[in-house]
Structures are given as structure tokens and as C-alpha cells.
Design a protein around this ligand. Structure first.
Ligand code: FES
Ligand SMILES: [Fe+2]
Length: 428
């Protein structure tokens, strides 16, 4: 369990909160690049860390992320006209560039300098891979751009999706470092999902329901190791890296692409789950890419034109009791992503952690909360830069390896959990 005041601290990310300031130290996904597909396209509304913003791509291809509301009398700039080099409020015609600078106030005299003194809050927006990244902190401490391997591979090697999750970011993230639920909740997927099935490791995963957890510190966060029995004298280790604040990678299976997530707070009761897949050694096959588009693996099938899953809270996630009974879908919900979101949303928008009863299999979650708490308070009280800000901390991979029983997992797998260009993922 967690004290209520610590639960509050870890879950609230609006401006001025300790965790909100922590998130504002990092580059993080603001939206997918596909949401602003061409120069001069319509702007989009975005809420991030409880701030209401508008993202747009001007007629010259510059990306901008600015306050949603016009400085004149507060109309939403989502209605804005994306005109020559800026976004014009359609109410009285004030125009802003991608830095939030007001460049035109049509009611003023031609020689007026009024517009020069009007500037909206704005944040940088940079395309790397399929994602437009932003940094919402103090410009003076803006770190170098992120270097996560998935985003830096050639476009044919990766795929990224996102879905709206109706829960606080922390309970969503905690699912990402919780390897013990896979044997139960996702057991059907291990047998049948086209992006999971067929790996030797799946048998170890399904045969041992009592994984032993070991957690080790990393520069950017943690490595969470889940150990299961393999053949005589050896263990099957699934190693999940976490880079603060909310990047995780799922341990791989066979030669399938490797995948992971970011959980980004929209506000305190909603988050974006960004899900990526990539293969460092080869392009994704057509069949793999189609399976991702169709919502297999870690991805979801969304309502067309939106990022809301088709199976959601309002339709009980299309629960199928017959498939639950036969075990084809262990919980009766289809698909790995929705199996996760259904249970995480079922906890309520912000789970009451004063009532939980943790067990040793939750040790990764316990350690992660401690690390988040320490980093947020050290930043707040002493201005200490948190782990994961330095892009060198991003160079991690998940791994699924069989090791001799006597080996310490991180010592034996040190090379397997770091990015080594030209080397395949370590996966059984
Ligand atoms: S409210 Fe935007 S120009 Fe008046
Ligand atoms: Fe899961």
C-alpha cells in the first residue's frame, strides 16, 4: 500500500505539482506525426499534463505547440485558419506563428507594434520517427533530443500507434513493468496473437505461474527481471527496462518485432498509451504491419478517425463470457492492449493505493514508485536533474534470455539490455 499523500504526489501532473514538474524535465510524445500530415493542414487540440494546447504545422512545414486559447478574448485556436506562416484566430483575425508569437492584429494601425508584445505559451515540437516530441519545461534546462532506438530506426523498421486510456498514467505504467500478469491475463495471446505466438519462451512463460522478481537500478530507471524455470539447471529471464518517467519495453518473443510503450498524462484521470514495435535488423513484414494496424500485439483497434479503442468503457470492452469460459481470452476481453486497459480503467480514474495488498511479485512496481518519489522530491527540493533526462539513458533494450541458474541476471545479460547497433535483440 501507499500513503495517500504519496499517491497524490505520484499521480498529479498539472502545472506546479511535483510530478508535473518531473514530467516537464523530459522530451515526451505530444502526438503522432500522422496527425499533422502536411504543411498547412488543420490544427489539432491536445491536452498534456492538464494544459490545453493546439498543435499545428504551418505552410512552411514548421511544427508548433501553443496555448489553445487566443490572447485577445480566449477563443479556441482549434478553429484557427492555417494561413501563410501562421494560425489565425477566426474571431477577430489575430495571427500567431509556431512559437506562439502574435504576428498580426488586424484592428491595429499598420505601423502599430502591439502584436510584438503578445506571445502565447509555446513548446517545441520535433519529429523523430513516427512521433512529434515536445518539452514542456524551462527552456534553460531543455535537454538534447531523445535517442530511443525504436524512433531512430528507418521508417520501414517501426510502427507506432496511440490510444486514449481513461485512467491516471501511473496505473497504466505499472501494468507495463508487471510481468506476472502475462501468464494469466494474456495467456490466450501467447498462444494465438500473430505478433506473439510461436516463441520458445512462451512455453516457459505459460508453464511457470510463480515468477521470481529481481530489480536492478539502471542509469535511467530500472531493469525489472522476471525469472521462470526453464530446462534443467537454467532459468528463463524476461527483462523489462524502464526509463523515467514512463518509457518501458516489453521483453521480446522469438524473432517477432520488439515493442514497448510510453504513458503520457493528458490530465490526472486520462492518459495516452503510445505503443511502438520495431525490429532493429530488418524491415517489418507486410503481415506484421497489417497485424499492428488491425490491433494485434500491443496495439489497439481504434474507432476510425479517433484514437479511442473500439472496445472501451462504454461498451464493457465487448466482453465475451463464452471465450472467458473456454480460456481463449482469459478475461473475456479480446486483444492484449484492451485486456490491459479494461482492468486498469476498472480500478477507477485514480486507484486508491492505500487499500492495495502488494506481494513480492510487485517488487518492480514498488521500486519504481520509490524512484519516482525520490526523483520528484529531489527535483522539487534541491533542483536535482532526474534519471532519464540524459539521452545516453535511452540506449536500452528489453531481453528474453535463458541463463544458467547460478548467474546473476544483470551481470550475465548486461550486453543484452543495451542498444548495440548491428546486433540482434536477445530473444528466445
Ligand atoms: S478572440 Fe481571437 S482574435 Fe479575438
Ligand atoms: Fe499487459
Amino acid at each position: 500500500m501507499l500513503r495517500q499523500d504519496i499517491n497524490e504526489l505520484l499521480t498529479r501532473t498539472g502545472p506546479g505539482t511535483a510530478m508535473g514538474e518531473l514530467f516537464r524535465q523530459y522530451w515526451m510524445p505530444a502526438c503522432l506525426a500522422e496527425e499533422l500530415p502536411e504543411d498547412g493542414c488543420p490544427p489539432i487540440r491536445l491536452k498534456l499534463l492538464s494544459e490545453r494546447l493546439v498543435a499545428f504545422r504551418d505552410s512552411y512545414g514548421n511544427y508548433g505547440l501553443i496555448d489553445e486559447f487566443c490572447a485577445h478574448r480566449g477563443a479556441s485556436l482549434w478553429f484557427g485558419r492555417n494561413e501563410d506562416g501562421g494560425l489565425r484566430c477566426p474571431y477577430h483575425g489575430w495571427k500567431y506563428d509556431t512559437t506562439g508569437q502574435c504576428v498580426e492584429v488586424p484592428s491595429e494601425a499598420d505601423n502599430s507594434s502591439f502584436a510584438e508584445n503578445v506571445k502565447l505559451t509555446s513548446y517545441p515540437l520535433v519529429k523523430i520517427g513516427d512521433v512529434l516530441w515536445t518539452y514542456m519545461g524551462d527552456p534553460a534546462t531543455q535537454p538534447p533530443l531523445p535517442e530511443f532506438e525504436f524512433a531512430l530506426t528507418p521508417p520501414e523498421h517501426h510502427y507506432t500507434s496511440k490510444r486514449w486510456q481513461q485512467s491516471n498514467w501511473l496505473q497504466a505504467f505499472e501494468g507495463g513493468i508487471d510481468s506476472s500478469h502475462v501468464t494469466f491475463l494474456h495467456s490466450g495471446g501467447l498462444r494465438s496473437d500473430p505478433l506473439f505466438k510461436g516463441a520458445k519462451g512462451n512455453q516457459y512463460n505459460l508453464n511457470d505461474t510463480k515468477p521470481f522478481f529481481e530489480v536492478a537500478d539502471s542509469d535511467g530507471g530500472l531493469f525489472v527481471g522476471a525469472r521462470r524455470n526453464a530446462e534443467e539447471g537454467s532459468y528463463y529471464w524476461r527483462i523489462t527496462p524502464w526509463v523515467m518517467p514512463s518509457f518501458t519495453m516489453v521483453p521480446p518473443r522469438g524473432d517477432h518485432p520488439i515493442h514497448g510503450h510510453f504513458w503520457i498524462p493528458i490530465d490526472d484521470e486520462n492518459c495516452w498509451a503510445y505503443s511502438f514495435d520495431y525490429h532493429p535488423m530488418r524491415p517489418l513484414t507486410e503481415a506484421e504491419r497489417q497485424a499492428m494496424v488491425d490491433g494485434h500485439g500491443v496495439h489497439s483497434k481504434n474507432i476510425p478517425g479517433t484514437y479511442r479503442p473500439e472496445a472501451n468503457m462504454d461498451n464493457d470492452y465487448l466482453m465475451n463470457r463464452e471465450k472467458q469460459r473456454t480460456g481463449e481470452w482469459y478475461s473475456g476481453v479480446e486483444g492484449i492492449a484492451i485486456q490491459d486497459s479494461s482492468l486498469q480503467e476498472s480500478m477507477g480514474p485514480i486507484v486508491d493505493r492505500t487499500k492495495e495488498r502488494l506481494v513480492p511479485a510487485d517488487s518492480g512496481i514498488i521500486k519504481a514508485r520509490q524512484k519516482l518519489y525520490r526523483a520528484a522530491t529531489a527535483l522539487r527540493d534541491k533542483g536535482v536533474t532526474p534519471p532519464g533526462v540524459d539521452p545516453a539513458h535511452h540506449h536500452v533494450r528489453s531481453a528474453a534470455v535463458v541463463l544458467p541458474q547460478k548467474e546473476a541476471f544483470l551481470a550475465a545479460a548486461r550486453d543484452d539490455v543495451r542498444v548495440r547497433p548491428g546486433f540482434p535483440i536477445s530473444s528466445v
